[in-house]
Design a binder for this molecule. Structure first.
Ligand SMILES: Nc1ncnc2c1ncn2[C@@H]1O[C@H](COP(=O)(O)OP(=O)(O)O)[C@@H](O)[C@H]1O
Ligand SMILES: [Mg+2]
Length: 237
């Protein structure tokens, strides 16, 4: 006999190193737990994440990482969990494959311009990549393919985590993954907008938000930014 339960879903945070994925994922995990929804955070880029430990930056390893995180997400979602995945996941196809598999999938493009990423470069990842001391760094010598149809785009150089979370929770209400009562718990008492987010409008807004990282490049068509060759490299090398 099966108990009635609220279906789960995945929030998949993708973006270049330093964009703010871990920060948002941790906030999300805490908020959902505090609001009474069972939540799991998986940080694919964290050294202590067992699922991705030992995998490197090659395309093959990155794809394996996304497949594993996707498979576990699917299992957890089946049991009603809110799954928050922070994963650089630079390639569009494997992300889209997880979307098709999981179905209840909310892709968040966590974005910031290269200047911001360089300023935040706490581990010296970009500095080393630009000095050719490190290879396979997404956005420098390897591609980062922004989502073509993200449910939400967050520019972390322009928006504080709290504001981004509020927009995400509204989106989740619009998608009916979160109830208005849960929205209130998630936001400390706020009410969601009613009948806002017409899907077409939201999608257009997401599309209209040009990837910051690709902005300094020759204006490529938004949905298909140059497979990979990021602005940073063109500008810096
Ligand atoms: N919305 C934001 N506004 C300002 N700073 C942020 C924001 N999100 C993240 N940061 C800062 O950027 C740095 C990198 O964030 P992090 O979450 O570790 O990125 P990622 O996991 O994408 O590599 C951290 O110092 C963090 O405090
Ligand atoms: Mg991180």
């Amino acid at each position: 006999m099966e108990m009635q339960q609220t279906p789960g879903f995945v929030i998949w945070l993708t973006g270049m190193a330093g964009a703010g994925k871990t920060t948002l994922a941790n906030h999300l995990g805490k908020r959902f737990t505090a609001a009474g929804r069972p939540a799991e955070v998986m940080d694919g880029d964290a050294p202590n994440e067992l699922l991705t430990r030992g995998l490197g930056n090659s395309k093959e390893d990155r794809d394996t990482s996304v497949r594993r995180l996707g498979a576990v997400s699917k299992m957890l979602v089946r049991h009603g969990a809110v799954v928050v995945v922070a994963s650089l996941s630079p390639f569009r196809d494997p992300r889209d494959a997880v979307r098709r598999e999981v179905r209840r999938f909310v892709e968040v493009f966590v974005d910031a311009p290269m200047e911001t990423l360089l300023a935040r470069d706490s581990e010296g990842l970009y500095r080393k990549a630009l000095a050719h001391e490190l290879t396979n760094v997404a956005g420098i010598d390897d591609p980062y393919e922004p989502p073509g149809h993200a449910e939400l785009v967050v520019r972390t150089d322009l928006e504080k985590p709290d504001a981004a979370l509020a927009r995400l929770f509204q989106k989740l209400v619009d998608m009916k993954y979160v109830t208005p009562a849960e929205f209130a718990l998630l936001t400390g008492g706020q009410k969601p907008r009613k009948g806002a987010a017409k899907p077409a409008k939201a999608a257009a807004a997401a599309k209209g938000a040009k990837p910051a990282a690709a902005k300094k490049k020759a204006p490529a068509p938004a949905p298909a930014p140059a497979k990979g060759k990021p602005a940073a490299k063109a500008k810096r090398s």
